[in-house]
Structures are given as structure tokens and as C-alpha cells.
Design a protein around this ligand. Structure first.
Ligand SMILES: [Ca+2]
Length: 478
């Protein structure tokens, strides 16, 4: 009798562990919109209150070396979902789409038996490359709850794409403009203060959404088997807030990943990584070898694998290195209010960044950055403030090369490109950037001039019958 009980116990343990080994994790990506990575409680913001994100960070690994390869909404999202850099996939201007036949994490996980969904903001296309169910709106989680509980035997993947804190800043609690701290990269005047206070309010609104999502996972008893990744996207739309530039306020992302029982809570990684590394990492976490995946879009050498690579070993604490360099591009053609091309490329290691402005003889002018407020108030103040005047001028006209030491100059104000002491570092970074552009089939200004041909069909990413949601997102489409 005792023996039979023991045998049963052993069998139960064995069966139990084999089931556990076979069960695949669920995945939830929470993506903010136009948030600068610095403007979060856990990142050290002196003002912005983000209690839910702070709690999630405490339960997560903080991926402090995470960068994105583009600094406007649409190319950033395509890279995050496809594992491909923007020019290779064809999704490099804003309001863009990937080449026909390109596959995404939605495609790969669906093929592996997952049900896949995207809630709220899409901004990717064509639909065939992103075969998700669309859930409308970001403030009601009833459909989200139905999606995650639909079939307990089937794993799921959902992207929750908030519209916050994208302008216009009309939601969330109010912050007192007189009491907030103006970060050193912004010019302090009353217009900046008013705008920043309302932007901070929308970050707190985003934080409320995150709290609701995590509660929903707890209430449906799915927290334990769900990998949650939060990313801040690509910088705020303030001048030098990061969006539409390749400065760190734009290309550096705040990223935290929670995976109970696998990723040690409260830990930090400094490994350099990019949004393109997320799809191969998730596939590896689901037990799928990402190096065997055909992404449906070859690079310039005919290779059909991801541009990204799995950082699962980093998550599991086995290593803290992944990449030696990260890359990013900005395409101006196709941005709202653009008056012409202003292509930008960059490469960065753990300390130095080289930026190439490929058409420095032109003037960089788009609607969001160079027109309206707050830039007009900065221009007015610059008349009596020479250092501000230099900063404002730099927003419109930049040198061909910029080189920064991020360790001593985190806000990238001291260009070392012509410093002879930096020649070796510059040459090394130039070689890396050249190699990346070749692999991407990136022809620089000629590629930028083709940007319009890559626009116009991304709305096909929205399933039919979702017109209402599309219209609502339209004001925040840029
Ligand atoms: Ca955005």
C-alpha cells in the first residue's frame, strides 16, 4: 500500500513536470506611445507618478541596454513585431508597411498554435503580415479578458498598444506646471511647463492602464505563466525629447520584462539589445529555434533570418552581453509637415555614438518638431539667449557627422566628431555603420527619396469593421 502510494506520488511528479515543460508561456507586450524613457518613476523622474509601472519593474528585469531602431511610431512598431530593421523590411518612413510576404511575431506564434491579438493602436501593415485579432480601444478590458480566457489549453500573445502619452495631452491627472522639474535638455519657459505638465498627466493615465492589465492577469490567474514586456517606444515629441531624432532620448527605450519563476525579480541587465531582438527572444521562450525561422524578407546578402537575436540567455541570468553595437535610422520624407528629405543614421556602442546626417546641406523641417509650440516660444526666447539659440539652430541644421561620449555627455551636446583624439573610435563606428547599411540595402538619400513608395497601405493592417477605432486613433497617428 505504502509502495503503491509512493509509486503514484513519483508518477504524479513526473507527469506534472513533463506537462510544465511542455506548456508554453503567454506573451503580453505593453507599448507606450511617444514616451521618453526618462519620464517614469522607476527611471528616476522627480515628478511623474507611475506606481503600477514601478511595481512591475520591481517584479521584472530592467533591460537598461534596450534601443529601438527608428524614432517615429510606425517603423518602430514594424521593427518590434517583425524582428527586422526598417529599411530591410521596407517599413522605414512613418505611416508605412513591410514588403509583401514579410512575416511577423504574430505569424510565427500563430503557426506555433498561439492565438494572437493586438489591442488599440496598430500602425502596421499589410494585414497579411500581421494576422492578429484587433481589439478596439484601450480603456475597456472586457474584450481583452475574453481573449486571454477563451481557451485555457491554447497559449496566447497580445500587444496592448496604448495611445498615451502621445499628443494631444488631454487625459490623466493634473500636474502643477509651476512645481515640475524641467529636464536639462528642455528650455524652461511657461509654454514648456504647461505642455510638460499635461504630457506627465498622460503618462499617469498610461500607468493606470498598466495597473488594470496586470490586475486582469491576476484576476484570471494568468500572471504566473505570462511574460509581460513593457516598452516606452521612441521618445517624446518635445524638441530634444527624442522623437524624430536618433539621440538617446529617442532611441533608448525603457524596457522591463516580468516572467515569474524564470526571470529574477528586481534585477537589471545592461546588455545592448534592440526591439528587433524581441521576436527571436519570444520564440526561444516558446521553445522555437529562432535561427530556423524564415522571415519572408531577405537582406541584401539574401539571408532570410531575423536581424534580431534572442536575449533569452540574458533573461535567464546566464550572460549579460548580446550585441557590441546598436543601429537606428530616421526617415523624414513622409512625416507630417516635412518639407523635404533629412535622412539620419546612427551606430552606438556602450559608450560612444556616431550619427550621420546624410543631407546636411538641407534643412530639417517637420510639423511636429519645427513648427508651432513649444519651438516658437523657444525661438522667441533664443533672441536674448545665445546658448539656447545654438540649440534651436541645431534642430534645423546639423553637421554631417556627430560623435558623442554618452558617459561624460548623456544629453549629447558636445560634438566630438572633429576631435583628433577620437579618430580611431570614429573609424571603428563608421565601419560598423557602413556594414549595417550594406546589409540593409540602405542607399542613404536615394532610399529616403523612395520613402513615399513605402507609404499608403498601412491601414490595411486594420481588419474590416474597425473603422471607428481607426478614426479615433487618427489624431494620434503621427
Ligand atoms: Ca509613437
Amino acid at each position: 500500500m505504502k509502495f503503491a502510494f509512493l509509486l503514484c506520488l513519483i508518477l504524479c511528479v513526473l507527469l506534472g513536470s513533463s506537462v510544465a515543460a511542455e506548456s508554453k508561456p503567454n506573451f503580453m507586450i505593453i507599448i507606450a506611445d511617444d514616451l521618453c524613457w526618462r519620464d517614469l518613476g522607476y527611471e528616476g523622474s522627480p515628478d511623474v507618478k507611475t506606481p503600477n509601472l514601478d511595481k512591475l519593474r520591481a517584479e521584472s528585469m530592467h533591460l537598461r541596454g534596450m534601443f529601438n531602431p527608428a524614432t517615429s511610431c510606425s517603423p518602430t512598431r514594424h521593427a518590434l513585431y517583425t524582428g527586422l530593421y526598417p529599411i530591410r523590411s521596407g517599413a522605414y518612413p512613418n505611416h508605412t508597411r513591410v514588403y509583401d510576404g514579410t512575416k511577423s511575431l504574430f505569424t510565427h506564434l500563430k503557426a506555433a498554435g498561439y492565438r494572437v491579438a493586438l489591442q488599440n493602436k496598430s500602425h502596421v501593415g499589410p494585414a497579411a503580415s500581421f494576422p492578429y485579432e484587433h481589439i478596439d480601444g484601450a480603456d475597456d478590458l472586457s474584450e481583452t479578458t475574453s481573449f486571454v480566457t477563451r481557451d485555457p489549453a491554447q497559449p496566447w500573445f497580445i500587444v496592448f498598444a496604448s495611445n498615451d502619452p502621445h499628443s494631444p495631452w488631454t487625459r490623466g491627472p493634473s500636474y502643477d506646471p509651476a512645481k515640475i522639474t524641467i529636464p536639462p535638455y528642455l528650455h524652461d519657459n511657461s509654454i514648456t511647463r504647461e505642455a510638460l505638465a499635461t504630457y506627465f498627466g498622460e503618462i499617469s493615465k498610461l500607468d493606470e492602464q498598466v495597473g488594470a492589465l496586470l490586475k486582469m492577469l491576476d484576476d484570471t490567474k494568468q500572471s504566473q505563466n505570462t511574460i509581460v514586456l513593457f516598452v516606452s517606444e521612441q521618445g517624446s515629441s518635445f524638441p530634444y525629447g527624442g522623437k524624430w531624432s536618433v539621440y538617446d532620448n529617442g532611441i533608448h527605450s525603457s524596457a522591463i520584462l516580468r516572467w515569474p519563476g524564470k526571470v529574477k525579480p528586481g534585477t537589471t541587465s545592461t546588455a545592448l539589445m534592440q526591439y528587433v531582438d524581441v521576436p527571436p527572444t519570444f520564440l526561444a521562450a516558446a521553445g522555437i529555434d529562432p535561427t530556423k525561422i524564415d522571415v519572408g524578407c531577405p537582406d541584401a546578402n539574401g539571408a532570410t533570418g531575423f536581424d534580431g537575436r534572442s536575449f533569452l540567455p540574458v533573461l535567464l541570468g546566464k550572460t549579460d552581453t548580446l550585441r557590441d553595437h546598436i543601429f537606428a535610422q530616421h526617415t523624414t520624407v513622409g512625416t507630417n509637415g516635412a518639407i523635404g528629405p533629412y535622412p539620419i543614421r546612427t551606430v552606438r556602442d556602450t559608450r560612444y555614438k556616431l550619427i550621420r546626417n546624410l543631407a546636411p546641406e538641407l534643412t530639417y523641417t517637420i510639423g511636429g518638431l519645427h513648427k508651432g509650440q513649444p519651438i516658437e516660444s523657444w525661438q522667441a526666447d533664443a533672441k536674448s539667449n545665445p546658448s539656447l539659440a545654438a540649440r534651436v539652430t541645431h534642430l534645423f541644421n546639423r553637421p554631417a557627422e556627430e560623435l558623442y561620449d554618452l558617459e561624460s555627455d548623456p544629453f549629447e551636446t558636445n560634438n566630438l566628431a572633429s576631435d583628433p583624439a577620437m579618430a580611431q573610435i570614429k573609424t571603428r563606428l563608421k565601419h560598423q555603420l557602413d556594414a549595417w547599411m550594406l546589409q540593409q540595402n540602405d542607399k542613404g538619400l536615394a532610399t529616403e527619396n523612395l520613402a513615399n513608395t513605402r507609404q499608403g497601405k498601412s491601414d490595411e493592417g486594420e481588419p474590416k469593421g474597425k473603422k471607428k477605432g481607426k478614426a479615433r486613433n487618427k489624431k494620434k497617428a503621427e
